[in-house]
Design a protein around this ligand. Structure first.
Ligand SMILES: Cc1cc2nc3c(=O)[nH]c(=O)nc-3n(C[C@H](O)[C@H](O)[C@H](O)COP(=O)(O)O)c2cc1C
Length: 175
């Protein structure tokens, strides 16, 4: 795809992936205990949605084999992965790997699975589900939150894992 390709002629999914990959995101592990074992997958479609009530969302591919299992769980753990979690993220996206083998995680009283070393833990329950093309937009109520301020988040940009290097914001551009 040329650098200034027109959206109207863009056909392939790989072209579209490249277009969307320009937007840097964090990566979130969505995990819960299902029938006595940890189940989870990685998403970068996480968004905050509402403050009152506290809501967040993810987008789930309608082909996902993991989401139908997680959707049954009363509580889900959403962990904002740390910069050191690139390997774990690949495992949580792999269909062949044992996703939780040799990884450190914690189970809440309600069965949410939270990743140790994450930048943020959210315990959530599903609130709504909207079909949008080949994905579902899933909205969650946030029930509990635990922040780990010292942890740098993993950043996903141009289909690669990166970390934030300069933590100082430019004074005139701070939010
Ligand atoms: C960085 C990254 C971000 C991802 N984001 C999403 C996402 O937002 N939504 C989604 O459905 N799958 C996403 N995936 C793919 C899933 O992690 C997983 O590979 C996919 O759901 C297939 O596995 P499953 O059949 O077990 O669900 C992402 C994968 C990676 C590596």
């Amino acid at each position: 795809m040329s650098e200034n390709m027109n959206m109207a002629v863009m056909a392939s999914q790989s072209d579209l992936r490249r277009v969307f990959s320009v937007f840097p995101t964090g990566v979130v592990a969505v995990c819960a205990m299902v029938e006595g074992r940890p189940v989870g997958f990685a998403v970068n479609s996480f968004n905050s949605v509402s403050l009152k009530p506290p809501l967040v969302s993810i987008c789930v591919a309608r082909t996902s084999t993991t989401w139908p299992l997680l959707a049954q769980a009363p509580r889900l753990g959403l962990s904002v992965l740390g910069a050191q979690h690139g390997g774990l993220c690949r495992k949580l996206a792999s269909r062949s790997a044992d996703r939780f083998k040799d990884e450190a995680w914690t189970v809440s009283n309600d069965g949410a699975v939270l990743i140790d070393g994450a930048a943020l833990w959210l315990e959530c329950s599903m609130s709504a589900n909207f079909t949008a093309g080949d994905h579902d937009i899933v909205v969650f109520d946030v029930r509990e939150a635990q922040l780990f301020d010292a942890v740098k988040p993993l950043v996903f940009h141009h289909s690669q894992f990166r970390e934030l290097m300069n933590e100082e914001c430019v004074p005139t551009q701070c939010a």
